[in-house]
Design a protein around this ligand. Structure first.
Ligand code: HEC
Length: 147
């Protein structure tokens, strides 16, 4: 099959995200506080909603762009939990990064099924960490005492 120009552009858009952020060991300086962690999570939630829509609509370049934003946000979360010495939470963030990579690979391949599987894995990570390390705080949430 002949590869169209558009398909090439789409693949490049997704691949850029993988090149920049999928590598290991690119530790970011820890910049989050307990006050800024929640707002970051709100951004993550919006982006994951976008990811879901982009998969449904097969908007592969847009999926790549959303992943380009999610990778560094997960790196910031990783740095935050690393600084707190919470190995369990760091491991869950790592599972989330693995799910983002799955999504990136599915985006490059432009395959809806594997992309949905990656999204399911990503959401499972959100749920596990909230169960373990989040608690209600009035109308909203906060980091669980001791986490
Ligand atoms: C490593 C642990 C961890 C992971 C992974 C995680 N969260 Fe969170 N999340 C938390 C904690 C802790 C809070 C409570 C902090 C707060 O709200 O101030 C929170 C709060 C939130 C909130 C509420 C923000 C607010 O306004 O208080 C949203 C929305 C959210 N997370 C979305 C997500 C989504 C979507 C994912 C997965 C893509 C995810 N989180 C993954 C730990 C995690």
């Amino acid at each position: 099959m002949r590869r169209s120009g558009m398909m090439y552009v789409q693949q490049v858009a997704v691949a850029v995200g993988l090149l920049l952020f999928a590598g290991t060991g690119s530790a970011l300086a820890q910049d989050l506080t307990e006050e800024t962690y929640g707002p970051l999570m709100g951004e993550v939630r919006l982006l994951v909603g976008d990811v879901s829509q982009y998969i449904d609509n097969r908007y592969w370049p847009e999926l790549g762009e959303a992943l380009d934003k999610l990778f560094p946000e997960f790196r910031r979360m990783e740095a935050f939990w690393t600084a707190r010495g919470n190995d369990g939470a760091v491991g869950m963030v790592g599972d989330g990064i693995a799910a983002l990579r799955e999504l990136g690979q599915a985006g490059i391949a432009m395959e809806v099924g594997p992309a949905q599987a990656g999204l399911t894995n990503l959401r499972a990570v959100c749920g596990s960490c909230h169960e373990a390390h989040r608690e209600a705080d009035g109308d909203g949430f906060k980091i669980k005492a001791g986490s």
